[in-house]
Structure formats: structure tokens, C-alpha cells
Write a protein that binds this ligand. Structure first.
Ligand code: FMN
Length: 413
């Protein structure tokens, strides 16, 4: 795979020799194009040594243009990656500017463009930068990161360049296959529910649960990365909406039920990761309930079971449920699998120290005649493994669906 790596003038440019090495370890050919500012942060000599190719930086380099013109370079690339991407390059790309070699190449190429922004967190949060991010996403540019953490300026926040290992894995992994229409779920439609629901008691109070939505969002992103057309129905969470999919925001279990059924047309796989409130107040008070009595009781009624309502349909999609339990996790999950006619269930122990509102999770995925355990892993990584497993089971039970042939990359047990 030919990776055209654009390096711009951010402090994270010092990490790019490592990034080049990791891309090459995965079999990529890397051609580097640097901006003038990038040369202040990392030397051409180091980059030439690790990439094994002369570095390009000047649009008006007569000698370089004679050997491989910028148009040939734009055609050569299977993917354009800009890492780190400064606020400045994001602005130039969003406006369609082409005054330098890197932006000219981005306009002249048909290859997917991925950028890994890196900047001070105050810069990243500025409305102008966020507007450029949004424009770039709308133009089909994939934004990788940024990460949250300590920054070169000594402050902490969102703006760190994604780890070179993660960037290399994304660029050389399923994301690219998806761009090329070859992902495990290419051509498939996947509906995912995520997050909690909120059942109003009165205008200021509600019943909800501790679900953060992180697992469902990670699953939706992994499915999209594998080429699926994804619809994400999300309860109220404080996560950034993932790009590259339709996101429908809902509040209550009833709204989630309606949004799910309204978007079921042509859905191949339904993954119900939301923690839907089983009960809701029989009646939400129109006004704030006043503190008048020593005790009060609230009448609750059962909410519709979204998962079962889909799994029981005559032409039900391949249905994957989540069972969040605090005890007898496997036993309850197997019961739900059969009772609700699901194809797979992800059994998930939840409690103070596991499951909800954390970045990692440990689960057991079960189906009628098998199962697989995954020990505690980052939710993003776990989502990738679950999606691979779902794609494999989907292919096994619903026919010749996915190309290429599937393999489970890593099983934790
Ligand atoms: C020491 C130093 C560090 C910088 N780090 C960043 C950075 O991390 N991210 C960023 O967006 N800009 C950073 N800048 C500003 C850019 O270098 C500047 O906006 C430049 O015009 C970017 O040009 P380019 O995108 O063509 O490389 C930094 C500037 C200096 C002097």
C-alpha cells in the first residue's frame, strides 16, 4: 500500500520517524511530503532515512517535478495521511486552498484523506477549528483523534496526536479496506442502539442508569470502520457524535423504540447495546413535584422491550443483545438469548468496578452453540473484536454475506 504522509508544523512532528517505521512494518511504502513549518520540528535527513525515499516539500522543485510530478504523486497514493495536522493545514484543506505541495496533492488525489490533528487543547476547542473539522468530515476526510492527555505545552486536554501505533493500525487496517469497499461489513446496514434512556418523573427529575454509551459508540464506529452503513440510535450521553454514520438522538425508552423501528428497513444486523430503562413512571408530572410528604411512592410501568420486539419480527435482522448483569451473568444471558430469540448476546458483568462508565470492559459473547470470552480490554479494542465476531457469525448463519474471508484477529481466551 502506498501511503503519502503529509507532515505539518506541529510539535508532534517529532513522532513521525516512529510513525513511518510502524507504517513500513505493516508493509506500506511511505512517501513523505513536508510543509515548510514541519522542517522546523523534524529533519529531512531522519525522515529520508526511515522512509527510504527522498522527501518532497516544494511545489516548485523542478528536479523533483521532473522525476515524479505532483499529479503522479497524487495518483500513486492509495491513501493520504496527514500527521500531525496543524490547525493551519485544517483551515487550508477546509477552504480548498492549493498554494503549496501538500494541499495541491490533497486536491489532486482520489485517494482517501485521513488527518491526525495535534495542537494545544485551547486551539482544538476554538469554534473556527471545530468548524473546519466539521467541514473536512463533510468532505469525506477521516479525522483520527485527537487524544486527550498531557500536552507539550504542559497543559492537559484534547489535542494530542493519536499514538503512532494506533494511526498505523487504522491506516493499514479495516478503515482503509472499508474505504475501498472491502471491509468485513461492506454493503451491510447495521443499526446500533447505545447509552441509557431517561424516563421523566417531572420536568426536573428522571429515572436513568449508569450507562455511558462508550461500548455502543465504539461498536458503531467499529462497524462503520468495517464498511457498514451505520445508524446509531443514542440515548443521552456526553460523547462526541462519531463521524461517518447517521446518529439519531433520543431521550426515553419509548423514543428509542420508535427510532429503532423507523430505521429498521434493510437492516442486516441489529446490535442493541443501549441500557434501556425497563420501567418508566406511569405518569410524568407536568410540574415539579413539591416536597410535601415524609414518604412517597412512584408507580412504574414496563417499557416496551426493544430488543425482543426486533428479534421476534418475522424478517428480523441478525440480532445481537447485551445483557448487563451483576450476578449469574452467564445463566441470565443464556436465558435471554433463548427467550428473546436473539442470534447472539454479549454478557456483561456490571458493578462498581466493572462495566458501566469505564473505558474498559470484560465480556462473554454467547450464541446457541458456542461462545467466546474476552478478558478486560479497552472498549474500543473490544468493540473491534465483537464486530469481527458478529460479522463471522452473521456470515455463518445468513449466507454468503461478507468478503473477504473472516478471521478472528485475537481472542482473549
Ligand atoms: C514551537 C511551536 C510549536 C507549534 N506547535 C503546533 C501544534 O502542535 N499544532 C498546531 O496546529 N500548530 C502549532 N504551531 C503553529 C504552526 O507551526 C503554524 O500555525 C504554522 O503556520 C503551521 O504551518 P503548516 O500547517 O503549513 O505546517 C507551533 C508553532 C511553534 C513555533
Amino acid at each position: 500500500m502506498n501511503v503519502l504522509l503529509g507532515i505539518t508544523g506541529g510539535i508532534a512532528a517529532y513522532k513521525t520517524p516512529d510513525l513511518v517505521r510502524r507504517l513500513r512494518e505493516r508493509g506500506a511504502e511511505v512517501q513523505i511530503v513536508m510543509t515548510a513549518s514541519a522542517e522546523e520540528f523534524v529533519t529531512e535527513t531522519a525522515l529520508q532515512a526511515v522512509s527510504g525515499r527522498p522527501i518532497r516539500s516544494n511545489l516548485w522543485d523542478k528536479e523533483a517535478e521532473a522525476s515524479m510530478s505532483h499529479i503522479e504523486l497524487a495518483r500513486w497514493a492509495d491513501v493520504v495521511l496527514i500527521a500531525p495536522a496543524t490547525a493551519e493545514i485544517m483551515a487550508r484543506l477546509a477552504s480548498g486552498a492549493a498554494a503549496d505541495l501538500l494541499t495541491t496533492l490533497c486536491l489532486a488525489t482520489n485517494a482517501p484523506v485521513l488527518i491526525a490533528p495535534a495542537m494545544n487543547h485551547v486551539m482544538w476547542e476554538k469554534p473556527a477549528v471545530q468548524a473546519n473539522r466539521k467541514t473536512l468530515e463533510e468532505h469525506g476526510v477521516q479525522i483520527l483523534g485527537p487524544d486527550h492527555g498531557s500536552q507539550a505545552c504542559g497543559e492537559t486536554g484534547a489535542g494530542r496526536m493519536l499514538d503512532p501505533e494506533k494511526i498505523a493500525a487504522i491506516v493499514c487496517g479495516p478503515q482503509l479496506l472499508a474505504h475501498q469497499g472491502e471491509g468485513l461489513l461492506a454493503g451491510k446496514k447495521v443499526l446500533v442502539t447505545a447509552g441509557p434512556t431517561r424516563e421523566p418523573i417531572d420536568p426536573v427529575r428522571y429515572i436513568s442508569n449508569r450507562s455511558s454509551g462508550k461500548m455502543g459508540y465504539a461498536i458503531a464506529s467499529a462497524a462503520a470502520a468495517h464498511g457498514a452503513k451505520v445508524v446509531l440510535v443514542s440515548g443521552p450521553v456526553s460523547l462526541t457524535e462519531p463521524s461517518g454514520m447517521d446518529v439519531i438522538q433520543v431521550m426515553t425508552a419509548q423514543e428509542m423504540y420508535t427510532a429503532t423501528h423507523e430505521n429498521l428497513e434493510n437492516v442486516d444486523i441489529f446490535i442493541a447495546a443501549a441500557a434501556v430503562s425497563d420501567y418508566r413512571p406511569a405518569q410524568a408530572s407536568q410540574h415539579k413535584i413539591k416536597k410535601a410528604t415524609e414518604a412517597m411512592s412512584l408507580e412504574l410501568i414496563r417499557s416496551e422491550d426493544i430488543l425482543a420486539s426486533v428479534a421476534m419480527l418475522e424478517d428480523a435482522p441478525f440480532t445481537v443483545g447485551f445483557a448487563a448483569e451483576t450476578q449469574k451473568v452467564r445463566e441470565y444471558a443464556l436465558g435471554k438469548l433463548a427467550e428473546k430469540n436473539m442470534d447472539m448476546i454479549v454478557a456483561n458483568r456490571v458493578g462498581d468496578d466493572c462495566g458501566f462508565d469505564r473505558d474498559d470492559n470484560a465480556v462473554e459473547v454467547l450464541w446457541r452453540d458456542g461462545g467466546q470470552k474476552f478478558e478486560s480490554t479497552a472498549k474500543t479494542e473490544l468493540a473491534e473484536l465483537i464486530v469481527q465476531l458478529v460479522a463471522e457469525r452473521f456470515q455463518a448463519t445468513r449466507g454468503a454475506a461478507t468478503q473477504p474471508q473472516l478471521t478472528i484477529v485475537s481472542s482473549k481466551e
